[in-house]
Design a protein around this ligand. Sequence first.
Ligand code: GYE
Length: 336
Amino acid sequence: MKKILGIILICTMIMGLMVGCGSTPTTQEEPNAEEKVVEEPKDEKIVIGFSQIGAESGWRTAETESVKKTCEEDPMIELKFSDAQQKQENQIKALRSFIAQEVDLIALAPVVESGWETVLGEAKDAGIPVILLDRQVSVADESLFTSFIGSDFVLEGENSAKYLIEKFGADTKVNIVELQGTVGASVANDRKKGFENIVNNNDNYKIIKSQSGDFTRAKGKEVMEAFLKAEGKKINALYAHNDDMALGAIQAIEEYGLVPGEDIVIVSIDGVKDAFLSIKEGKLNCTVECNPCLGPQLVKAAKDLKDGKTLPKWIKSEEDVYYGQKAIDAIPSRSY
Ligand code: GYE
């Protein structure tokens, strides 16, 4: 009996020693709770924060519609939209909100070209790429934005001037009044520069008055009234940086008692539907197209960035110049 008890005791002691050395428990440690492997869902949406200037013109509302429609129709995209009511401070607030929400991409239509370094620096520090839509920013460090999707505004200004020279002839003396776009906006600066590139090479062509109409019909009418009061029948031509200001000016010309499109030849930029209809009525002479339908290009750029592709610094819109029968024939196919 004693022998059996001794053997049991020795076995017990040996087992105790085994357990005491290793830290390994006698039974397999319960596996940790299921390691939660967070996998990026393959179909995660791309979140775009879009800071839009406002709704100052038919062109602007067409651009907004293009971006919203393209994003709504794409299951891969989620759009956060902000309307700045024409104020830069509202755009800066919107960008800071997008950064706080950690969007994947910021789209910015900058109302003016200066004053963006700080907030674009904040977006860069947050690792959020910025794509500029339809207007540019003037920054020393161009790495603050990834790409600009928009038109060649200098070319649009040059084409406007070339139309007038084609219409009047290089040897005719032509007094021009100019309705500029929003003060400080890159598009206004470039359209002015392009126009002057051409007319400043011909002494017969003189810009006798130039003032901002802020891209709106109401302001365009108001400034044209002042031009007519000051210069009256001396005015041979109007160059408007967008169709909305030209359409406002046409009202002022009619109320003054002159015939728009005949007494004063009018060229403007954008190519909105109302401009084509005004050409058909013979009141506007020419519209230089500036494509606002940038939604598809923005969404493609967002997907390319997600796929790790490098974007060109400038994604240019292709555009045309419309007047006479060509403009009338194009009306049924116009999308904005
Ligand atoms: O010409 C005008 C709008 O930035 C290109 O802004 C855009 C301009 C466009 O208000 O109608």
